[in-house]
Design a protein around this ligand. Structure first.
Ligand code: SAM
Length: 237
């Protein structure tokens, strides 16, 4: 399916080395994705070479910039078909990965992929703003990650309430990341976060990426997150 040797080389170029078993599982996941995508709309990216770069490699770049402690509790907010969460879990099966999305069909795919790849993960079918209001989930995650879900201000309101003080929120953005961060600075502060780093990099196909790392330094006021309508109508600023 994908060019495993090429993936291995791209990763090694970034200082990321994985066993053949991990590379094989990443390949198998790409295969499952493209197979299921023929009947269920999971991704607009249909070529194996593009899946390799835009989904697998892009997701795994997170390990170049962020150190995830052994066994860390991680939530991917708006995981869709599992990006960045599924490549992350394949590469680091010690992580306690939680896949959250409001779309059931994507989570069915995740459940099937977890079973096929013999991985353990928790699938959560709900809206992030509802999940973050529950005592059992609020401020319980060491890391929240999110790619291509909402603009950074709204996304911070969906994710930071889930992160425990001392934990991190990592937003994976395109080239708009820096501008979005400027606009989201006030929101991040209100929600108890502090921007720690902004990394920019280019994928082998030339696409620009931004990774924003926010540390949770204090508890999020209980009134957040607001309803999705309120978040949309009046982003925090
Ligand atoms: N993160 C994946 C990726 O990068 O391929 C999926 C991106 S997709 C464009 C956005 C996903 O976020 C969709 O699957 C959608 O259902 C989910 N989503 C958007 N807002 C959400 C919310 N408030 N709560 C839960 N899921 C949400």
């Amino acid at each position: 399916m994908i060019d495993q040797a090429l993936l291995k080389t791209y990763l090694a170029d970034e200082g990321l080395t994985y066993s053949d078993e991990v590379i094989l599982k990443l390949d198998r996941f790409a295969e499952l994705l493209l197979e299921r995508n023929q009947s269920v709309n999971l991704t607009a990216i249909k070529e194996p070479d593009a899946v390799l770069v835009k989904h697998l490699l892009d997701s795994l770049f997170i390990f170049k910039y962020v150190l995830f402690s052994e066994g860390a509790k991680v939530i991917d907010v708006g995981c869709g078909a599992g990006f960045p969460s599924m490549p992350m879990l394949i590469a680091r099966n010690d992580l306690k990965m939680h896949f959250l999305d409001s779309t059931q069909k994507k989570l069915c795919f995740i459940e099937d992929a977890l079973a096929t790849l013999q991985l353990n993960g928790t699938v959560i079918h709900t809206r992030a703003e509802e999940y973050a209001k529950k005592n059992v989930s609020r401020e319980t995650f060491d890391f929240a990650v999110a790619r291509a879900v909402a603009n950074l201000s709204s996304l911070s309101e969906l994710t930071l309430p889930l992160v425990t003080p001392g934990g991190y929120f990592i937003a994976m953005k395109g080239k708009e990341g820096e501008e979005e961060l400027e606009q989201a600075k006030a929101a991040i502060k209100i929600l108890g976060g502090k921007t720690q780093a902004l990394h920019t990099f280019t994928l082998p196909d030339g696409s620009s990426r931004t990774m924003i790392v926010v540390k949770k330094i204090s508890q999020t006021p209980t009134k957040y997150p607001r309803t999705s309508a309120a978040i949309l109508k009046k982003p925090l600023s």
